[in-house]
Design a protein around this ligand. Structure first.
Ligand code: ATP
Length: 620
């Protein structure tokens, strides 16, 4: 790492080379970032801290990075913070000698438990100078808390939290508490952290370094692996030391929505052609075959889903001729008697953990559509045509267990229309259209893949939206006694906030409303979270944990909502007109909900389509 000017706000923190990195330095950096609205400045603050850590306490680089992203481990380990509010109230009360009710009341008025923790610490008189918190000690403390399970864990967690708070000074308490809630609320998105890490290593050519770090993270999303290699080999050689390999889930390639067949033809080169595959309505499954014979299955978000699909694990071994591989596929619910696809709703009833293959009620068939790695060779830079051939050669096909996604290559609109019809008849959502000559773009929402859903005609911007449920309205009339409507939000990663986009009350059956009322009631919170950006207030605010897929007729500019505010209109947001509930998205976390940028994109594409229609009308 290159030497740099020491940031001013770190000046008074004692920290010699060889010392463990003080947590105070991280808390001071996070405080500066919190007050700063410019993204580049925030990246600079974090990169300055990372540079100092790498210079003085290199072994603390990994925990510093994790804490600045509010993570404890790679997503595939499934280790998460997110301690419940009531437990935090108790811990804070005990640590500060105040009553739970006092803490609760203050949390309500301040809207942020972290701020309450900070204020409470300042009024505490301490007899002994407590030992300073280090980045390593906070990281291990949080990790221990996340790993505690079982009946007696509640008190153990409180003890540990009290222990951390006892040594916390000033803003340290705020960030410890915020880390525990699972939300840091400083507005540092993953890409910004990666950029900061890159400039901490090579400030002269930070753009090149950022490209390397981001590409490496996309194919190997594990800081456990990246940081030691970065420290040992430097940023220039990082990619070679963190290759794509089975056992390491990579971020999948995603598709762009399209509004119609015309758009598809505009985007693709008709001469080279593209393939039109069925778009199956199941769950993405990235299947990894490891050298030692292990099979792993990862979700769209790199979570380990292997225990959900032991049936796929055992069949893969029978059907494959290769030793190592990474296959991209969709696991789809399958009716073994009638030999046909079942709707996604069936798959969503399948247990998350299957102990015994014999107990499985919902069978699945794997529809493989891509191959990213085979027998020691990465295929991501090869054209789709070649990857598809390799996939075909590597597996034996077995109906109802593992097959290739149905598809045909096309050059013209008529063929696409016929194939779309066929896909819908075959119980699919529509088509995935893919340029045959293009590479696999890890982690990208690429224009080489387009999705054409059957309801593209009546759906805004060509796609449904996945939205966070942040509020609920009491039902009236027939719906009295249960929730009758909901307030939904999209996710703005730039500001790390939830922005409201619509009120939703249509598309539910009575049974669904009963069920959702039951599921959502425990999530009621007294005040909206500080990261809820809203202008309207529902009857009940909810802890934003649940994501629903929603279809809308239209997107419009709205003074009542905050979604994508500043992106299409200076102050006003975007809202959905005539939104309708489609389904629950268990596989998405709030951070995976439709982003503010996507909302803006949908609004703009709808505007373009409308302008096109107007022009066509005029010309007639
Ligand atoms: P996105 O992944 O684009 O954010 P999403 O998770 O809501 O959105 P869709 O918009 O429905 O998913 O479309 C993409 C998903 O479709 C893929 O992630 C994959 O799970 C699924 N899929 C089904 N069939 C195919 C196929 N033939 N090729 C690629 N993906 C497919």
């Amino acid at each position: 790492p290159k030497k740099s000017e020491r940031p001013k706000f770190l000046d008074n923190i004692p920290w010699k080379a060889g010392d463990p990195a003080p947590y105070e330095a991280l808390a001071a950096t996070l405080s500066e970032i919190e007050q700063e609205s410019g993204r580049l400045k925030c990246i600079e603050y974090l990169s300055n801290l990372l540079r100092l850590v790498m210079e003085r306490s290199p072994n603390d680089t990994l925990p510093t990075l994790y804490l600045s992203m509010n993570q404890l481990a790679p997503a595939s380990e499934g280790l998460e913070l997110g301690v419940g509010e009531s437990l935090l109230f108790k811990a804070l009360a005990q640590a500060t000698g105040r009553s739970v009710n006092q803490i609760k009341a203050e949390a309500k008025s301040k809207g942020d438990l972290g701020v309450v923790a900070e204020a409470s610490r300042n009024t505490q008189k301490t007899m002994f100078q407590p030992k300073r918190l280090t980045i390593q000690s906070v990281y291990s403390g949080l990790r221990q808390i996340a790993e505690m399970t079982g009946n007696s864990s509640m008190n153990k967690k409180i003890d540990k939290i009290r222990f951390l708070l006892a040594s916390a000074k000033d803003s340290e308490a705020k960030f410890v508490i915020r880390a525990l809630t699972g939300k840091l609320r400083i507005g540092l998105a993953e890409q910004s952290v990666l950029q900061a890490l890159a400039s901490a290593c090579d400030s002269e050519n930070s753009q090149l370094a950022a490209d390397i770090v981001k590409t490496t993270y996309a194919q190997c999303p594990s800081f456990d692996k990246i940081i030691p290699n970065l420290i040992k080999y430097g940023v220039d050689n990082l990619l070679d030391h963190c290759p794509l390999e089975p056992g390491m889930p990579l971020k999948p390639m995603l598709a762009h929505p399209t509004k119609g067949i015309d758009e598809v033809l505009k985007r693709f080169d008709a001469k080279i052609g593209f393939t039109c595959e069925h778009k199956y309505d199941g769950e993405r499954a990235q299947i990894h075959l490891l050298e030692d014979g292990t099979v792993k299955i990862y979700s769209r978000n790199q979570e380990d889903n292997t225990i959900k699909y032991p049936d796929i694990v055992s069949r893969i071994k029978e059907l494959t001729k290769v030793k190592t591989a990474i296959i991209d596929s969709e696991a789809v619910a399958w009716d073994t008697n009638l030999k046909r696809i079942l709707p996604f709703q069936m798959l969503s009833t399948r247990k998350k953990k299957v102990d015994n293959v014999g107990d499985i009620k919902v069978q699945v068939c794997v529809y493989a559509f891509d191959m990213l790695y085979v027998d020691g060779e990465s295929l991501v830079t090869k054209p789709l045509k070649e990857r598809r051939d390799r996939l075909r050669q590597s597996f034996e096909i077995k109906e109802g267990e593992m097959v290739l996604a149905t598809g045909e290559d096309a050059h013209d609109a008529d063929t696409v229309a016929v194939l779309l019809d066929k896909a819908i008849k075959d119980s699919c959502e529509g088509l995935m259209l893919k340029a045959l000559d293009d590479t696999y773009e890890i982690a990208k929402r690429s224009h080489s893949w387009l999705k054409l859903k059957k309801d593209y005609l009546d759906s805004a911007g060509g796609d449904t939206l996945d939205l966070i449920v942040v509020g609920a309205y009491d039902g009236t009339g027939k719906r009295t006694g249960r929730f009758g409507g909901f307030l939904l939000a999209c996710y703005d990663s730039e500001n790390e906030e939830y922005q409201t986009i619509c009120k939703l009350g249509t598309g539910f059956s009575d049974e669904q409303l009963d069920k959702f009322t039951e599921i959502l009631k425990p999530l009621i919170i007294e005040t909206p979270k500080a990261y809820y950006n809203h202008k309207m207030s529902p009857d009940h605010w909810l802890e934003g944990q649940i994501v629903w897929e929603v279809k809308a007729a239209d997107l419009s500019i709205s003074p009542a909502h905050t979604a994508a505010a500043g992106l299409v209109h200076e102050e006003k947001g975007v809202s959905l007109r005539f939104p309708r509930f489609v389904r629950v998205r268990d596989d998405k976390k709030p951070e995976d909900a439709t982003s503010a940028e996507q909302v803006a994109g949908m609004y703009k594409s709808q505007e373009q389509v409308q302008a096109l229609n107007r022009n066509e009308d005029n010309s007639e």
